[in-house]
Design a binder for this molecule. Structure first.
Ligand code: GAR
Length: 196
């Protein structure tokens, strides 16, 4: 089966859903969860699930992004993954890293791309007066939050929503979308899936 490395920066709820989904007849299995933050809660959750973990603290590299990535790449290479899933990984990756993994690396972003690349997606959707929001899984290419779309899920925006309430509603959909896309991606399927 395909070997999957998952990169996280925080609580790792998407990572947990991805890891749990890789069971039974799934075409992939988790071989590494790595974080740029040694304190990321998701590292403990991965270890509890019996998955190898690694931490490379970006702060130790004082802004030297290539040096940080070389250290991260060494951890990733040791796990020999076929696929990398970015799941709440909050460091921008260099073009060299992205090119190396192009076609084998996917990301989940909390907006209906191409809307709202970058940060603060939910507040920006509210500020724009949008009636719906959502999340996107896409192949990672050199341009930020760009690349072929592999799946999207949408949710309504409700009167009184804050960035927090909207984020929580979108996150529920992330947890359904990302496992659905990974299963297809690991099987070689690239046509986008739309939920719900
Ligand atoms: C998720 O909402 C994910 O879409 C977002 O961070 C959250 C991570 O939550 N990713 C980005 O904003 C990427 N720029 P999690 O750690 O519980 O999966």
């Amino acid at each position: 089966s395909k070997r999957v490395a998952i990169l996280i920066s925080g609580g790792g709820s998407n990572m947990v859903k991805l890891a749990q989904s890789m069971a039974g007849d799934h075409p992939a299995r988790p071989v590494l969860v790595a974080s740029n933050d040694p304190k990321a809660g998701g590292l403990d959750r991965a270890a509890e699930m019996g998955i190898s973990t690694a931490a490379v603290d970006h702060r130790a590299f004082k802004g030297d992004r290539p040096a940080f990535e070389a250290a991260l790449s060494a951890k990733i290479a040791a796990a020999n993954p076929d696929i990398i899933c970015l799941a709440g990984f909050m460091r921008v990756l260099t073009e060299g890293f992205v090119r190396h993994w192009e076609g084998r690396m996917i990301n989940i972003h909390p907006s209906l791309l191409p809307l709202y690349k970058g940060l603060h997606t939910h507040q920006r959707a509210l500020d724009a007066g949008d009636q719906e929001a959502g999340c996107t899984v896409h192949e990672v290419t050199a341009a930020l939050d760009d690349g072929p779309i592999l799946g999207q899920a949408r949710v309504p925006i409700i009167a009184g929503d804050t960035a927090e309430t909207l984020a929580a509603r979108v996150l529920v959909q992330e947890h359904a979308l990302y496992p659905a896309v990974l299963r297809r991606f690991a099987a070689g399927e690239r046509a986008p899936v739309y939920l719900p």
